[in-house]
Design a binder for this molecule. Structure first.
Ligand code: HEM
Ligand code: HEM
Length: 189
């Protein structure tokens, strides 16, 4: 039997910086993934293929910067505690999913950078400048490539778990957890 949530809810929100960084990360991740799906299915000689790769890599590195910024911000400004009416398993699952999301979104851009750079492909930031290149190392590049390609399934699984968790709170729990990540409504009680 689930503990029920109180009728009037006054949940502490994530602060505005964490909220902004969260939604920017979501936007960037939902840009990086479709770019990847399209680019890996383009013919080697296809027009604009390089642009897709550059955009995927650049947005992927922006995602890494955002995740690192979030972790630093989070270390200084602790997130609000989980609502008290949640069962232990709900809190545990939420913490585990958040931890796995942070972890996979560090592994993906780092493995992407290594697979490209050690594979002999310079990594450009939106065509503005190139990042320092790693020495060519075919073996290392292949290991990173495997991590990157299999890592995508962890990305899908953790994102699905995260979004299902939000649906659980919105549709079943109806406890305002989504509001924790949204700006305060002006005319809200
Ligand atoms: C949030 C970060 C990232 C995510 C979620 C991500 C995701 C993906 C996905 C889903 C694929 C398609 C894999 C396949 O089915 O073959 C892919 C391919 C690729 N990604 Fe990323 N990526 C990220 C960051 C990066 C970065 C930062 C770089 C390089 C600097 C990069 C370089 C590549 C390359 C070169 C491929 C093609 C690999 C191949 O075909 O063997 N990625 N990425
Ligand atoms: C439609 C997409 C998304 C929705 C609706 C959503 C919603 C939420 C909500 C409501 C929270 C707050 C949970 C709480 O207060 O306990 C949250 C936290 C979080 N979200 Fe998302 N999210 C989405 C996409 C993403 C993406 C793409 C990432 C990728 C990194 C992500 C990573 C996280 C993390 C790591 C936290 C925990 C924040 C912390 O306490 O440090 N979310 N999300």
């Amino acid at each position: 039997m689930l503990k029920s949530s109180p009728a009037t809810l006054h949940l502490a929100r994530h602060n505005q910086v964490q909220q902004t960084l969260h939604w920017l990360t979501a936007l960037v991740i939902f840009t990086v993934l479709p770019l990847a799906w399209v680019m890996v299915h383009m013919g080697k000689e296809a027009h604009g293929r390089d642009l897709y790769f550059t955009a995927h890599k650049s947005f992927g590195l922006v995602a890494l910067a955002l995740i690192v910024a979030r972790l630093v911000w989070r270390a200084i400004h602790r997130p609000p505690p989980m609502p008290v009416w949640l069962e232990k398993w709900e809190t545990g699952l939420a913490h585990a999913t958040h931890f796995l999301l942070y972890t996979i979104f560090i592994i993906m851009p780092v493995s992407g950078f290594i697979l490209s750079s050690a594979g002999g492909h310079p990594v450009s930031f939106f065509g503005l400048f190139d990042f320092p290149q790693l020495p060519k190392n075919k073996e290392l590049s292949e290991i990173a490539d495997r991590i990157h390609i299999f890592g995508q399934y962890a990305v899908y699984a953790f994102l699905a778990a995260h979004i299902l968790g939000v649906v659980w709170h919105v549709a079943y729990r109806r406890d305002g957890v989504l509001d924790r990540m949204l700006p305060k409504q002006v005319n809200a009680e």
